[in-house]
Design a protein around this ligand. Sequence first.
Ligand code: ZN
Ligand code: ZN
Length: 353
Amino acid sequence: MEKAWMKALVRRADGRAALTERPVPQLQEPRDAIVRVTLSTICTSDLHILRGAVPRANPDIVLGHEFVGVVEEVGEAVHGLRPGDRVAANCITFCGDCWFCRRGFINNCEHGGWELGCRIDGCQAEYVRVPFADTGLTKIPDSVTDESALFLGDILASGYFGAELCELCPGDSVAVVGAGPVGLCAMACARLFGAARVIALDVDPFRLERAAKLGLADFTVNPREQDAERAVRGLTEGRGADGVVEAAGGADSLETAWRIARPNACVALVAMYEENQTLPLPSMYGKNLIFKTGGVDAVHSSELMRLMEAGRLDASFLITHKAPLNRILEGYRVFENREDGCLKWAVTPWEEE
Ligand SMILES: [Zn+2]
Ligand SMILES: [Zn+2]
């Protein structure tokens, strides 16, 4: 690689993000790859880091963990990838060999975790070094666009995980609390697990309208305007939802989630909470609910990519804004404040002025 310096968005020690110049990353370990980023995006987790809500995050790192790109260089122990391959990243770094990885619990990898854009330099830059590249990157087939593949390893994986945790049966009803990016992906994935009826809940009427317009939700409920429990029962023959995905992480969203579940349902908590939550066990006594928790579980990247290739899944609808890396600070502001209906701000390569 001839280029020695690149543009990158760095989290400074004072908690602010700044566009700056960084050396182009080099291979450090035999299982590394260097990827030229062709499309990346901003995630709520990036905002959590800037707010200081992620203790494991290092200062002075390049932010970002959701991206697609082209492999530039691979280490000698990388077997499945070659320079020139188009790839989508997994936001979780994992070795594939440890006790947890061998059992499919890659989030708990003894040698990985949320590394990119958190503990090591991430993707809001021109190039990124990806450790354990064979497990951290998924090849993109020619028929799948960068825009479709962009969310594979984080937002889409989280939505899929939420839907999967609900243990849905064909014909079931599923309620998704939060019609943001993860919630919308959970709605799309619930169909893959056979959901016949998808109910979206959000306090933002605009987000509900979009979920319905995109064809992801069959029914919408705004807990600020109506009694959510009664509304969901009214849509489910009086029982409540067969599965609930909590993807909002708001002050009352956990309560909404368990209230709208029917007895013996699974309630999947995939939201990223900033505060402790309480389970009012006396109030839910007799409902026999099953709670499952987790963040992104990006263990299904190749399956999700196959679904995209087959035209069964496409999360490119999440991209409401797109601009070069030069404008990423504006992107942070617009994304954080949900200005202009922003769901996801996609970042294209730096443009020389
Ligand atoms: Zn993320
Ligand atoms: Zn591992």
